[in-house]
Unconditional design. Sequence first.
Length: 367
Amino acid sequence: MSIAIDVAIIGGGSAGMSLAANLATLDTGQRVRVFEPNTTASRECHWGLWANATQHEKLRPAIKGHWQGWQLVDHRHQLVKQSDNFTYTSLSSSRYLNYCENLLHGSVQLIRAAVDDVEHQADGALLTAAGETFQTAHIFDSRPPRAAAGGLIQHFVGREIRTQQPLPNVGIATLMDFRVDQSRGLHFIYALPFSKHHLLVESTMISRWAQPESWYTDAIDAWLDDRGIFMAEQLALEFGCIPMDSVYPQDPRHAAIGAAGGALRRSSGYAFSYIQQQTRQLAERIASGHYEVPQPISQQLLYMDGIFNRVLIEYPELGVSLFMDMAAALSGEQFARFMLGQASLMDWARVISAMPKGPFLRQLLDV
Ligand SMILES: Cc1cc2nc3c(=O)[nH]c(=O)nc-3n(C[C@H](O)[C@H](O)[C@H](O)COP(=O)(O)OP(=O)(O)OC[C@H]3O[C@@H](n4cnc5c(N)ncnc54)[C@H](O)[C@@H]3O)c2cc1C
Protein backbone atom coordinates (compact mmCIF):
# COMPACT_ATOMS: atom_id res chain seq x y z
CA MET A 1 0.00 0.00 0.00
CA SER A 2 1.52 3.36 -0.97
CA ILE A 3 0.81 6.69 0.71
CA ALA A 4 -0.55 9.26 -1.76
CA ILE A 5 1.02 12.73 -1.58
CA ASP A 6 1.12 15.73 -3.93
CA VAL A 7 4.68 17.00 -3.41
CA ALA A 8 7.83 15.17 -2.27
CA ILE A 9 10.84 17.28 -1.29
CA ILE A 10 14.07 15.28 -1.21
CA GLY A 11 16.48 16.85 1.31
CA GLY A 12 15.54 19.03 4.26
CA GLY A 13 18.47 21.45 4.20
CA SER A 14 18.29 25.15 3.43
CA ALA A 15 16.15 24.83 0.27
CA GLY A 16 14.02 21.83 1.21
CA MET A 17 12.98 23.18 4.62
CA SER A 18 12.47 26.73 3.30
CA LEU A 19 10.15 25.40 0.60
CA ALA A 20 8.25 23.23 3.07
CA ALA A 21 7.89 26.15 5.54
CA ASN A 22 6.63 28.45 2.77
CA LEU A 23 4.09 25.84 1.64
CA ALA A 24 2.89 25.34 5.22
CA THR A 25 2.54 29.10 5.71
CA LEU A 26 0.52 29.42 2.49
CA ASP A 27 -1.77 26.58 3.64
CA THR A 28 -2.15 25.23 0.13
CA GLY A 29 -3.86 22.07 1.38
CA GLN A 30 -1.46 19.99 -0.72
CA ARG A 31 -0.03 16.88 0.92
CA VAL A 32 3.70 17.63 1.19
CA ARG A 33 6.44 15.44 2.67
CA VAL A 34 10.04 16.57 3.09
CA PHE A 35 12.55 13.74 3.53
CA GLU A 36 15.78 14.43 5.47
CA PRO A 37 17.90 11.77 7.21
CA ASN A 38 20.12 14.08 9.30
CA THR A 39 19.25 15.95 12.48
CA THR A 40 19.63 19.72 12.44
CA ALA A 41 22.31 19.56 15.16
CA SER A 42 24.46 17.14 13.16
CA ARG A 43 24.76 19.59 10.31
CA GLU A 44 25.33 22.83 12.23
CA CYS A 45 27.25 25.51 10.32
CA HIS A 46 27.05 29.27 9.68
CA TRP A 47 25.10 30.81 6.81
CA GLY A 48 25.90 34.46 6.05
CA LEU A 49 23.84 36.97 4.09
CA TRP A 50 23.11 40.66 3.74
CA ALA A 51 19.74 41.10 5.41
CA ASN A 52 17.39 44.09 5.25
CA ALA A 53 15.13 45.03 8.17
CA THR A 54 12.25 42.79 7.04
CA GLN A 55 14.46 39.72 6.61
CA HIS A 56 16.18 40.51 9.90
CA GLU A 57 12.85 40.40 11.69
CA LYS A 58 11.78 37.18 9.95
CA LEU A 59 15.10 35.40 10.56
CA ARG A 60 15.50 36.64 14.15
CA PRO A 61 15.16 33.15 15.78
CA ALA A 62 18.14 31.90 13.77
CA ILE A 63 20.43 34.94 13.94
CA LYS A 64 23.71 34.30 15.71
CA GLY A 65 25.34 37.65 14.91
CA HIS A 66 24.91 40.76 12.80
CA TRP A 67 27.25 43.61 11.89
CA GLN A 68 26.57 47.10 10.60
CA GLY A 69 30.03 47.12 9.00
CA TRP A 70 32.10 44.59 7.08
CA GLN A 71 35.61 44.80 5.70
CA LEU A 72 38.06 43.50 3.11
CA VAL A 73 41.76 43.87 3.93
CA ASP A 74 45.05 43.35 2.10
CA HIS A 75 48.59 44.56 2.74
CA ARG A 76 47.76 47.97 1.26
CA HIS A 77 44.16 48.75 2.17
CA GLN A 78 41.49 48.23 4.77
CA LEU A 79 38.12 48.78 3.08
CA VAL A 80 35.31 49.12 5.61
CA LYS A 81 31.76 49.10 4.20
CA GLN A 82 28.50 50.06 5.81
CA SER A 83 24.92 50.34 4.68
CA ASP A 84 21.79 51.89 6.18
CA ASN A 85 19.62 49.17 4.65
CA PHE A 86 21.60 45.95 5.05
CA THR A 87 23.50 44.30 7.87
CA TYR A 88 25.87 41.40 7.35
CA THR A 89 24.09 38.63 9.22
CA SER A 90 25.19 35.15 10.29
CA LEU A 91 22.64 32.44 10.97
CA SER A 92 23.01 29.23 12.88
CA SER A 93 21.93 26.65 10.28
CA SER A 94 20.42 24.35 12.93
CA ARG A 95 18.39 27.19 14.45
CA TYR A 96 17.16 28.18 10.98
CA LEU A 97 16.17 24.58 10.16
CA ASN A 98 14.42 24.21 13.54
CA TYR A 99 12.59 27.49 12.91
CA CYS A 100 11.35 26.12 9.54
CA GLU A 101 10.39 22.80 11.12
CA ASN A 102 8.28 24.62 13.72
CA LEU A 103 6.28 26.23 10.90
CA LEU A 104 5.26 22.85 9.44
CA HIS A 105 1.75 21.72 10.27
CA GLY A 106 -1.26 19.86 8.92
CA SER A 107 -0.61 18.42 5.50
CA VAL A 108 3.07 19.52 5.36
CA GLN A 109 5.27 17.09 7.29
CA LEU A 110 8.94 16.25 7.76
CA ILE A 111 10.00 12.60 7.59
CA ARG A 112 13.38 12.08 9.22
CA ALA A 113 14.65 9.49 6.70
CA ALA A 114 16.59 9.30 3.44
CA VAL A 115 14.86 8.62 0.15
CA ASP A 116 16.27 5.21 -0.77
CA ASP A 117 14.73 4.76 -4.18
CA VAL A 118 12.63 6.60 -6.77
CA GLU A 119 10.69 4.78 -9.47
CA HIS A 120 9.33 7.05 -12.19
CA GLN A 121 5.89 6.42 -13.65
CA ALA A 122 3.81 8.07 -16.36
CA ASP A 123 1.95 10.34 -13.89
CA GLY A 124 4.47 10.83 -11.09
CA ALA A 125 6.80 8.66 -9.08
CA LEU A 126 6.99 6.09 -6.28
CA LEU A 127 9.46 7.01 -3.52
CA THR A 128 10.76 4.63 -0.90
CA ALA A 129 11.77 6.06 2.49
CA ALA A 130 11.63 4.82 6.09
CA GLY A 131 10.36 1.44 4.83
CA GLU A 132 7.27 2.99 3.23
CA THR A 133 6.27 3.84 -0.32
CA PHE A 134 4.96 7.27 -1.31
CA GLN A 135 3.06 7.89 -4.55
CA THR A 136 3.73 11.51 -5.54
CA ALA A 137 2.75 13.73 -8.43
CA HIS A 138 5.73 16.12 -8.05
CA ILE A 139 9.32 15.85 -6.80
CA PHE A 140 11.63 18.71 -5.81
CA ASP A 141 15.15 17.46 -5.27
CA SER A 142 17.56 19.49 -3.10
CA ARG A 143 20.28 16.88 -2.62
CA PRO A 144 23.75 18.47 -2.98
CA PRO A 145 24.74 18.67 -6.64
CA ARG A 146 27.67 16.98 -8.34
CA ALA A 147 30.35 19.49 -9.38
CA ALA A 148 32.28 19.70 -12.64
CA ALA A 149 35.60 17.87 -12.24
CA GLY A 150 38.55 20.24 -11.98
CA GLY A 151 36.32 23.31 -11.63
CA LEU A 152 36.87 26.17 -9.21
CA ILE A 153 35.87 25.40 -5.60
CA GLN A 154 35.66 27.43 -2.40
CA HIS A 155 37.01 25.26 0.40
CA PHE A 156 37.44 26.16 4.02
CA VAL A 157 37.95 25.12 7.62
CA GLY A 158 36.69 27.29 10.46
CA ARG A 159 37.31 27.36 14.18
CA GLU A 160 34.61 28.75 16.45
CA ILE A 161 36.42 29.78 19.61
CA ARG A 162 36.26 31.56 22.93
CA THR A 163 39.18 33.96 23.20
CA GLN A 164 41.29 34.69 26.27
CA GLN A 165 41.30 38.45 25.74
CA PRO A 166 38.54 40.77 24.51
CA LEU A 167 38.40 41.23 20.74
CA PRO A 168 38.74 44.68 19.19
CA ASN A 169 36.15 45.97 16.65
CA VAL A 170 33.32 43.56 17.40
CA GLY A 171 31.06 45.76 15.26
CA ILE A 172 32.85 44.78 12.03
CA ALA A 173 32.77 41.44 10.21
CA THR A 174 35.93 40.57 8.27
CA LEU A 175 34.79 39.02 5.00
CA MET A 176 38.22 38.71 3.43
CA ASP A 177 41.61 39.34 5.00
CA PHE A 178 44.18 38.50 2.34
CA ARG A 179 47.23 38.98 4.60
CA VAL A 180 47.90 35.23 4.60
CA ASP A 181 49.87 32.68 2.55
CA GLN A 182 48.88 33.10 -1.11
CA SER A 183 51.28 30.45 -2.46
CA ARG A 184 48.67 27.71 -3.04
CA GLY A 185 45.77 29.74 -4.41
CA LEU A 186 43.56 32.68 -3.54
CA HIS A 187 43.44 32.54 0.24
CA PHE A 188 41.76 34.69 2.86
CA ILE A 189 40.57 34.72 6.45
CA TYR A 190 36.86 35.20 7.24
CA ALA A 191 36.30 36.32 10.83
CA LEU A 192 33.02 36.99 12.62
CA PRO A 193 33.26 38.37 16.17
CA PHE A 194 29.95 37.33 17.76
CA SER A 195 30.90 39.09 21.01
CA LYS A 196 33.98 40.31 22.90
CA HIS A 197 35.16 36.73 23.56
CA HIS A 198 33.42 34.69 20.87
CA LEU A 199 34.86 34.42 17.34
CA LEU A 200 34.37 32.36 14.20
CA VAL A 201 37.54 32.38 12.13
CA GLU A 202 37.82 30.52 8.84
CA SER A 203 40.68 29.94 6.44
CA THR A 204 39.16 29.92 2.95
CA MET A 205 40.67 29.19 -0.44
CA ILE A 206 39.26 29.71 -3.91
CA SER A 207 41.14 27.36 -6.20
CA ARG A 208 40.77 24.06 -8.01
CA TRP A 209 42.24 21.81 -5.31
CA ALA A 210 41.60 21.46 -1.60
CA GLN A 211 44.44 21.30 0.94
CA PRO A 212 44.94 18.98 3.93
CA GLU A 213 42.95 20.10 7.02
CA SER A 214 46.12 21.08 8.91
CA TRP A 215 46.97 23.65 6.24
CA TYR A 216 43.82 25.66 7.04
CA THR A 217 44.06 25.26 10.82
CA ASP A 218 47.74 26.34 10.72
CA ALA A 219 46.70 29.41 8.71
CA ILE A 220 44.00 30.23 11.28
CA ASP A 221 46.42 29.83 14.19
CA ALA A 222 49.04 32.01 12.47
CA TRP A 223 46.44 34.73 11.80
CA LEU A 224 45.28 34.64 15.42
CA ASP A 225 48.91 34.71 16.65
CA ASP A 226 49.72 37.73 14.47
CA ARG A 227 46.87 39.60 16.16
CA GLY A 228 47.77 38.49 19.67
CA ILE A 229 44.49 36.57 20.00
CA PHE A 230 44.74 33.40 22.08
CA MET A 231 42.18 30.62 22.15
CA ALA A 232 40.63 29.81 25.52
CA GLU A 233 38.45 27.03 24.10
CA GLN A 234 37.46 25.62 20.73
CA LEU A 235 33.67 25.40 20.51
CA ALA A 236 33.34 23.86 17.05
CA LEU A 237 35.19 23.05 13.86
CA GLU A 238 33.46 23.71 10.53
CA PHE A 239 34.34 22.39 7.06
CA GLY A 240 32.98 23.34 3.70
CA CYS A 241 33.55 22.83 0.00
CA ILE A 242 31.32 24.86 -2.30
CA PRO A 243 31.43 24.41 -6.08
CA MET A 244 31.99 27.64 -8.01
CA ASP A 245 31.58 26.10 -11.47
CA SER A 246 28.82 24.23 -13.30
CA VAL A 247 26.86 21.88 -11.05
CA TYR A 248 24.66 18.92 -11.96
CA PRO A 249 21.64 17.65 -10.02
CA GLN A 250 21.86 14.11 -8.61
CA ASP A 251 19.02 12.98 -10.88
CA PRO A 252 18.33 14.98 -14.06
CA ARG A 253 14.73 13.65 -14.13
CA HIS A 254 13.84 15.63 -10.99
CA ALA A 255 13.16 19.35 -10.67
CA ALA A 256 16.17 20.53 -8.64
CA ILE A 257 16.05 23.31 -6.05
CA GLY A 258 18.69 25.04 -3.91
CA ALA A 259 22.39 24.71 -4.71
CA ALA A 260 21.54 21.97 -7.23
CA GLY A 261 18.78 24.10 -8.75
CA GLY A 262 20.63 27.23 -9.85
CA ALA A 263 20.62 29.13 -6.53
CA LEU A 264 24.37 29.09 -5.88
CA ARG A 265 26.27 32.23 -6.93
CA ARG A 266 29.36 31.03 -8.76
CA SER A 267 31.59 34.01 -8.10
CA SER A 268 31.04 34.10 -4.34
CA GLY A 269 29.65 30.74 -3.12
CA TYR A 270 26.71 32.59 -1.49
CA ALA A 271 23.36 30.84 -1.89
CA PHE A 272 21.16 31.56 1.14
CA SER A 273 19.40 34.69 -0.18
CA TYR A 274 18.87 33.15 -3.62
CA ILE A 275 17.41 30.02 -2.01
CA GLN A 276 15.03 32.19 0.00
CA GLN A 277 13.85 33.92 -3.15
CA GLN A 278 13.55 30.69 -5.15
CA THR A 279 11.60 28.76 -2.52
CA ARG A 280 9.23 31.66 -1.74
CA GLN A 281 8.37 32.09 -5.43
CA LEU A 282 8.10 28.33 -6.00
CA ALA A 283 5.69 27.93 -3.07
CA GLU A 284 3.51 30.71 -4.52
CA ARG A 285 3.55 28.96 -7.90
CA ILE A 286 2.64 25.61 -6.35
CA ALA A 287 -0.25 27.28 -4.51
CA SER A 288 -1.63 28.32 -7.88
CA GLY A 289 -1.04 24.94 -9.52
CA HIS A 290 2.28 25.65 -11.30
CA TYR A 291 5.38 23.61 -10.61
CA GLU A 292 8.21 25.14 -12.63
CA VAL A 293 11.25 26.02 -10.48
CA PRO A 294 12.15 29.75 -10.71
CA GLN A 295 15.78 30.62 -11.46
CA PRO A 296 16.87 33.28 -8.94
CA ILE A 297 20.20 33.97 -10.69
CA SER A 298 19.72 35.45 -14.16
CA GLN A 299 21.50 34.09 -17.24
CA GLN A 300 23.40 37.40 -17.55
CA LEU A 301 24.65 37.15 -13.97
CA LEU A 302 25.65 33.51 -14.50
CA TYR A 303 27.56 34.56 -17.60
CA MET A 304 29.34 37.46 -15.83
CA ASP A 305 30.24 35.22 -12.87
CA GLY A 306 31.58 32.63 -15.32
CA ILE A 307 33.88 35.23 -16.91
CA PHE A 308 35.02 36.41 -13.45
CA ASN A 309 35.91 32.84 -12.46
CA ARG A 310 37.80 32.23 -15.68
CA VAL A 311 39.90 35.33 -14.99
CA LEU A 312 40.58 33.95 -11.49
CA ILE A 313 41.76 30.65 -12.99
CA GLU A 314 43.82 32.16 -15.80
CA TYR A 315 45.34 35.02 -13.77
CA PRO A 316 45.68 33.74 -10.17
CA GLU A 317 48.09 36.58 -9.39
CA LEU A 318 45.22 39.06 -9.91
CA GLY A 319 42.86 37.36 -7.42
CA VAL A 320 43.42 39.65 -4.42
CA SER A 321 43.26 42.87 -6.44
CA LEU A 322 40.09 41.76 -8.27
CA PHE A 323 38.17 41.47 -4.99
CA MET A 324 39.78 44.56 -3.44
CA ASP A 325 39.19 46.72 -6.53
CA MET A 326 35.59 45.55 -6.78
CA ALA A 327 35.02 46.47 -3.12
CA ALA A 328 36.79 49.82 -3.51
CA ALA A 329 34.53 50.75 -6.44
CA LEU A 330 31.30 50.27 -4.46
CA SER A 331 29.70 51.86 -1.41
CA GLY A 332 28.40 49.51 1.31
CA GLU A 333 24.88 49.74 -0.09
CA GLN A 334 26.05 49.00 -3.64
CA PHE A 335 28.29 46.18 -2.41
CA ALA A 336 25.39 44.48 -0.60
CA ARG A 337 23.16 44.85 -3.66
CA PHE A 338 25.92 43.38 -5.83
CA MET A 339 26.31 40.35 -3.56
CA LEU A 340 22.55 39.85 -3.53
CA GLY A 341 22.31 39.90 -7.33
CA GLN A 342 20.38 43.19 -7.20
CA ALA A 343 23.07 45.43 -8.73
CA SER A 344 21.82 48.36 -10.80
CA LEU A 345 23.33 49.18 -14.19
CA MET A 346 25.36 51.94 -12.49
CA ASP A 347 26.71 49.43 -9.94
CA TRP A 348 27.77 47.18 -12.80
CA ALA A 349 29.40 50.10 -14.62
CA ARG A 350 31.43 50.90 -11.47
CA VAL A 351 32.58 47.28 -11.10
CA ILE A 352 33.45 46.85 -14.77
CA SER A 353 35.43 50.09 -14.88
CA ALA A 354 37.45 48.93 -11.83
CA MET A 355 38.43 45.59 -13.43
CA PRO A 356 41.59 45.10 -15.52
CA LYS A 357 40.37 45.29 -19.14
CA GLY A 358 42.86 42.93 -20.88
CA PRO A 359 42.20 39.73 -18.91
CA PHE A 360 38.42 40.21 -19.01
CA LEU A 361 38.36 40.97 -22.74
CA ARG A 362 40.48 37.89 -23.44
CA GLN A 363 38.04 35.67 -21.49
CA LEU A 364 35.05 37.34 -23.17
CA LEU A 365 36.50 36.61 -26.61
CA ASP A 366 37.29 33.02 -25.57
CA VAL A 367 33.70 32.19 -24.52
C1 LIG B 1 29.82 24.78 5.52
C2 LIG B 1 29.06 25.65 4.52
C3 LIG B 1 28.89 26.99 4.78
C4 LIG B 1 28.16 27.79 3.88
N1 LIG B 1 28.03 29.11 4.16
C5 LIG B 1 27.25 29.86 3.37
C6 LIG B 1 27.02 31.22 3.70
O1 LIG B 1 27.60 31.74 4.66
N2 LIG B 1 26.16 31.94 2.94
C7 LIG B 1 25.56 31.38 1.84
O2 LIG B 1 24.76 32.08 1.19
N3 LIG B 1 25.82 30.12 1.46
C8 LIG B 1 26.63 29.34 2.21
N4 LIG B 1 26.86 28.04 1.85
C9 LIG B 1 26.34 27.55 0.57
C10 LIG B 1 24.84 27.12 0.64
O3 LIG B 1 24.04 28.14 1.16
C11 LIG B 1 24.65 25.88 1.47
O4 LIG B 1 25.39 24.84 0.89
C12 LIG B 1 23.18 25.45 1.58
O5 LIG B 1 23.11 24.48 2.59
C13 LIG B 1 22.63 24.89 0.28
O6 LIG B 1 21.29 24.51 0.53
P1 LIG B 1 20.60 23.27 -0.20
O7 LIG B 1 19.27 23.09 0.41
O8 LIG B 1 20.74 23.40 -1.65
O9 LIG B 1 21.51 22.02 0.21
P2 LIG B 1 21.72 21.39 1.70
O10 LIG B 1 21.45 22.43 2.74
O11 LIG B 1 23.06 20.77 1.64
O12 LIG B 1 20.58 20.31 1.78
C14 LIG B 1 20.62 19.10 1.06
C15 LIG B 1 20.07 18.02 1.99
O13 LIG B 1 19.83 16.81 1.26
C16 LIG B 1 19.95 15.77 2.19
N5 LIG B 1 20.04 14.49 1.49
C17 LIG B 1 21.10 13.95 0.84
N6 LIG B 1 20.75 12.74 0.33
C18 LIG B 1 19.45 12.52 0.66
C19 LIG B 1 18.53 11.47 0.41
N7 LIG B 1 18.86 10.37 -0.27
N8 LIG B 1 17.26 11.59 0.91
C20 LIG B 1 16.88 12.69 1.60
N9 LIG B 1 17.73 13.72 1.86
C21 LIG B 1 18.98 13.63 1.40
C22 LIG B 1 21.19 16.14 2.99
O14 LIG B 1 21.24 15.46 4.24
C23 LIG B 1 21.03 17.65 3.12
O15 LIG B 1 20.48 18.03 4.37
C24 LIG B 1 27.61 27.22 2.70
C25 LIG B 1 27.84 25.87 2.43
C26 LIG B 1 28.56 25.09 3.32
C27 LIG B 1 28.80 23.63 2.98
